[in-house]
Design a binder for this molecule. Structure first.
Ligand SMILES: Cc1ncc(COP(=O)(O)O)c(C=O)c1O
Length: 391
């Protein structure tokens, strides 16, 4: 009997999904386990997709995505970051952020190479590295006072001659940590010094609460890097425009990697859905007002959740500057999966277990606060009552 390849057997299943699958088999669950809101995609984006279908955007397109969308993405980088990109050589549209991660990693790593990943982090980065038959070394963010930091000493200690890539996520899922300019520069210098690809997952860059006004993006690593640097930026329409089910994202990379990712796309997905790409163009062109309204709502939700957790003894939760998650650490919690399962079964509140996010994640739980108040408020009431009753 042929067996499954050991390389795929070794890729662990997502423990967020594992919990979600239990929750999906139950009724009446307040669902805060995935990184999305219960609010639908805004109407103007849906209308753009209908129009695109009627206009005939239902055929195959370029492997790198519609040139019009790539130009719109380039214009957006110019506008938001003052960065000039060649839309046809440095941008590849993908069928989601996770597909951008996957193809980018495939282009950067050989089997048995090593990759450093800053954690706690969304598990799909580490798993994509394993799917490329490479090895993951996770380096946890230390919490210093009330801010997470990058452990540059641990990074230096973890580099070997086989290390080829460093992946970080800013704003972070699940921490909400946002890399400072010094930390970005430090990561770039580190990658340059050791000859590594630097992969920056920036899918939450528009969900930022610490700028001078809501709507201001987290500065992209592309502002510091040159176009010849071995930098890969991962992005997506999912989070900023409530388009999780549409599966459209992109990557920005040095030309050689972007060209290879374009070629490989043919064999993986060919390209993102054509009418969804057109809807993405509309989101970029018309989405600012709606985005700012969403950010106002998210910031209020964040503050509501923070204040209800702050009243519970034994819970530590730094203020996140970006994304839409809280990652409270709970004193004495040794099995976050068992905790989340019990919480789900006893209170019908669905959260993601900290253990799903790799090194540094156990002992915490992740709350996605993007849901509407009618879901979030009872969920927080039930969670805090559950915590007060003792773990
Ligand atoms: C850090 C991070 N990167 C990438 C993604 C990918 O998003 P999508 O595949 O929906 O574009 C997610 C989704 O949760 C994420 O949290």
């Amino acid at each position: 009997m042929p067996q499954l390849a050991s390389s795929v057997e070794n890729v662990p299943r997502s423990r967020i999904r594992e919990l979600a699958e239990i929750a999906m088999s139950m009724d009446g669950v307040l669902r805060l386990y995935f990184g999305e809101s219960n609010l639908p995609t805004p109407e103007y984006i849906k209308q753009a997709a209908f129009r695109a279908m009627q206009q005939g955007f239902t055929f195959y397109t370029e492997n790198a995505g519609l040139p019009t969308l790539r130009r719109a993405i380039a214009a957006n980088y110019q506008h938001l970051h003052g960065v000039a990109l060649d839309p046809l050589a440095e941008i590849v549209v993908t069928a989601s952020g996770v597909q951008a991660l996957n193809v980018g990693i495939r282009c950067a790593l050989n089997p048995a190479d090593e990759a450093l990943v800053l954690t706690p982090a969304w598990p799909n980065g580490s798993s994509s590295i394993m799917m490329a038959n490479a090895l993951v070394r996770q380096i946890p963010h230390p919490l210093c006072g009330d801010r997470y930091r990058v452990d540059f000493d641990a990074l230096e200690a973890a580099v070997t001659p086989r290390t080829r890539l460093l992946l970080y996520t800013s704003p972070s899922n699940p921490l909400g940590w946002v890399a400072s300019r010094e930390e970005q520069q430090g990561l770039l210098d580190f990658a340059r010094r050791h000859g590594l690809w630097l992969m920056a997952d920036e899918v939450y860059d528009r969900l930022y609460y610490a700028g001078s006004s809501l709507g201001e993006p987290v500065p992209s690593i592309l502002r510091l890097a040159t176009r010849d640097d071995a930098v890969i930026v991962i992005h997506s329409f999912s989070k900023s425009y409530c388009m999780t089910g549409w599966r459209v994202g992109w990557l920005v990379a040095r030309r050689d990697l972007a060209a290879k990712a374009t070629e490989l796309n043919e064999f993986i997905i060919s390209h993102a859905p054509t009418f969804a790409q057109k809807a993405g163009e509309t989101a970029l062109a018309e989405g600012e007002e709606e985005l700012v309204r969403m950010l106002e709502r998210l910031k209020e939700n964040r503050d509501l959740c923070l204040s209800s957790l702050r009243g519970v003894a034994g819970v530590t939760v730094p203020v996140p500057d970006g994304a839409f998650y809280l990652f409270p650490r709970i004193d004495g919690l040794a099995d976050s999966f068992a905790f989340c399962k019990r919480l789900l079964e006893e209170t019908r509140v669905g959260l993601a277990p900290g253990v799903a996010f790799g090194a540094g994640g156990e002992g915490s739980i992740r709350i996605c606060y993007a849901a509407e108040r009618s879901i979030l408020e009872p969920a927080m009431d039930r969670l805090t009552a559950f915590l007060r009753a003792g773990i």
